[in-house]
Ligand binder design. Structure first.
Ligand SMILES: Cc1cc2nc3c(=O)[nH]c(=O)nc-3n(C[C@H](O)[C@H](O)[C@H](O)COP(=O)(O)OP(=O)(O)OC[C@H]3O[C@@H](n4cnc5c(N)ncnc54)[C@H](O)[C@@H]3O)c2cc1C
Length: 347
């Protein structure tokens, strides 16, 4: 276990926010968990690679960073089973599986972050989600100090959602994930960008295409600090879509049910005139309005102010309320844009 005090987290979050952690506890093995004080365990923020985290204050809670690594593979007749430790890098895992001739994870290539964070918001891209391959998650409970296995069903996966964001939030940490990759692999090519690929394309060809599209569309956090899609795509009543279609041609939407559709948050922000909009060093990306970037010295508060402005402007234009996908972490733990706006109004 490595412990450091009063350290800047600017290199530990992809928005490069310079917030100070009172303590960073890096766990090198699962047994290190028994060495962590109860007070730290129960008040800490579990940080992976910080690609879905916004530190909103200049100070943060104690940081616990699971850094244990390892990939175990078990071959079966019909499928390959993997158990992957939380500290592995997600994209590196995708590369490893494709390299071993195992199809399945190719559509999820180049998603930044750690394996341990993947179940938390049930990462997804190009019509595929983490939950499609997850068999179980191994979870260390801060109160019982036991590791338990949580089945896919009990993880309560949804769109960018799981039990780890709800009833298990702050109650423990993910130690490893169990995945199943079927040997009867079928390519998933329905999503725009992949739909022109030949149906006999290999998993490697699909992965290369995903990497190519993502590299062209999304800024690389190593070159321009960002946390990917800042807001979720809002799910609205179909009547909201009908209203929009009276005013605009080709409104992007994905049917969810007979009565609900998912709108594209990027389109809403763009049509509100906010693509490339800048507030100090915080800005929306010039090519992809859904991505908020830090051009240099933006603070957590600067990003919050911009996010609040975007949310209000989109609501004024379309009556649609955006919700952030990025986790907002204040000095004393998790907060939200709504909560911060409320506090500002009360000041
Ligand atoms: C350029 C870019 C593109 C992106 N594209 C996508 C995309 O296509 N699809 C998508 O779904 N996401 C995308 N994201 C978001 C991000 O990649 C994912 O949310 C990723 O899973 C975050 O991993 P992380 O380790 O960086 O998590 P962090 O930001 O460190 O943490 C995120 C959450 O997970 C929790 N957490 C982390 N590790 C653990 C653990 N071991 N146990 C318990 N809780 C834990 C944290 O407490 C926090 O609540 C993108 C981000 C960027 C910067």
């Amino acid at each position: 276990m490595k412990v450091s005090n009063h350290q800047s987290l600017s290199c530990f979050n992809t928005l490069a926010i310079n917030a100070i952690a009172p303590k960073i506890i890096e766990l090198e093995s699962i047994s290190d968990l028994s060495l962590v004080d109860d007070i730290d365990l129960k008040s800490a923020y579990v940080l992976g690679e910080g690609s879905n985290t916004l530190f909103v204050d200049t100070q943060t809670p104690v940081i616990i960073k699971p850094a244990f690594t390892g990939i175990e593979l078990n071959e079966h007749e019909e499928y390959t089973e993997l158990e992957v430790k939380a500290g592995e890098n997600w994209h590196q895992l995708v590369l490893t599986t494709i390299d071993k001739g195992l199809g399945g994870l190719e559509n999820l290539a180049l998603i930044p972050g750690s394996v341990g964070a993947a179940p938390v918001q049930n990462i997804g891209a190009y019509g595929v989600e983490f939950s499609d391959f997850c068999r179980y998650v191994k979870w260390f409970d801060f109160t019982t100090k036991q590791v338990v296995k949580i089945s896919n069903r009990d993880c309560q996966f949804g769109y960018r959602d799981s039990i780890f964001k709800r009833s298990l939030k702050d109650k423990g940490l993910i130690v490893s994930v169990g995945l199943i990759l079927s040997k009867r692999w079928q390519p998933k090519l329905t999503y725009a960008g992949l739909d022109d690929l030949d149906k006999t394309s290999s998993a490697k060809t699909i992965m290369d295409r995903v990497i190519e599209i993502r590299s062209a569309k999304l800024p690389n956090p190593n070159h321009l600090a960002n946390a990917g899609s800042f807001f979720k795509n809002p799910v609205v009543d179909s009547s909201v879509l009908s209203e929009l279609e009276r005013k605009y041609d080709n409104v992007p939407n994905y049917p969810i049910s007979d009565t609900e559709v998912k709108l594209a948050a990027a389109w809403l922000i763009d049509k509100s005139g906010l693509k490339g909009y800048r507030l100090g060093d915080a800005a929306t990306h010039e090519k992809q309005a859904l991505v908020i970037v830090n051009h240099g010295n933006a603070s957590g508060k600067d990003i919050v102010d911009l996010a609040s402005y975007i949310k209000t402007t989109v609501f004024q234009h379309f009556g649609v309320m955006l919700e952030h996908e990025v986790r907002f972490i204040a000095k004393d733990g998790e907060t939200s844009l709504v909560q911060l706006e409320r506090e500002q109004t009360n000041d």
